[in-house]
Design a protein around this ligand. Structure first.
Ligand code: PRP
Ligand code: URA
Length: 207
């Protein structure tokens, strides 16, 4: 299942992020802002339990999030741009880091780091990475999380290519995808068109 978050605020901010003249500082700030709105959507439908509380006027059964704390799994580096804002909204979430980069020639993911809470099987894991291009990185990240015991996973990105969505949903049909846009296509170097360029480079001012 793929959900495109077409909220006007998300779309407006995304347009500014796409502009080539947007500065590194502006790009980072917008990614953080947009992550708050995307977090709201990706956590929709979380289970609720009721707790007996007392307001200053009377007792009531009030809704609270049910179950173990969420895990946000950031695919390094660019995933951290979404992670920061999501932690503002869900400060008690646990965090996993998955170090992967795309080999520029083969477009295959190269693993360099993995650290996650040990009890992944008992928690909802929300994987965050701004870009779903060939989906090689996202598929590898989720393969690894499943190997480590995760069973309840959602994937959140900012931009997706139709080719990536197709590959991802075939590889992991049990993992719902949330994105702000499905763009037109990939170019011959595996970049999303029209896209926004290299998300990690734009966030950190690297090349
Ligand atoms: C980018 C992006 C994804 C990946 C997407 O990371 O953040 O992880 O590319 O491409 P794919 O769907 O074709 O695998 P990159 O490898 O550039 O690493 P970085 O975040 O360290 O810059
Ligand atoms: N990774 C990026 O950062 N941008 C793309 O367009 C594709 C992969």
């Amino acid at each position: 299942m793929v959900t495109v978050v077409d909220h006007p605020l998300v779309q407006h901010k995304l347009t500014i992020m796409r502009k080539k003249e947007t500065s590194t500082a502006g790009f980072r700030r917008l990614l953080r802002e947009i992550s708050l709105l995307l977090c709201y959507e990706v956590t929709r439908g979380l289970e609720i339990t009721y707790e007996r509380i007392e307001t200053p006027l009377e007792p009531m059964d009030a809704p609270m999030l049910e179950g173990k704390k969420l895990v946000f799994a950031s695919v390094l580096r660019a995933g951290n741009g979404l992670l920061e804002g999501m932690l503002d909204l869900v400060p008690a979430a646990r965090v996993a880091h998955i170090g992967l980069y795309r080999d520029h020639e083969t477009l295959q993911p190269v693993h360099y780091f993995f650290k996650a809470p040990s009890d992944l099987g008992n928690r909802l894991v929300i994987v965050v990475d701004p870009m779903l291009a060939t989906a090689n990185s996202a598929v590898a990240a989720i393969d690894k999380l499943k190997e480590e015991g995760a069973t309840n996973i959602r994937f959140l990105c900012l931009l997706a290519a139709p080719e990536g969505v197709e590959r991802f949903t075939q590889a992991h049909p049990d993992v719902p995808v949330f994105t702000a846009s499905i763009d037109d296509r990939l170019n011959e170097k595996g970049y999303i068109l029209p896209g926004l360029g290299d998300a990690g480079d734009r966030m950190y001012g690297t090349k």
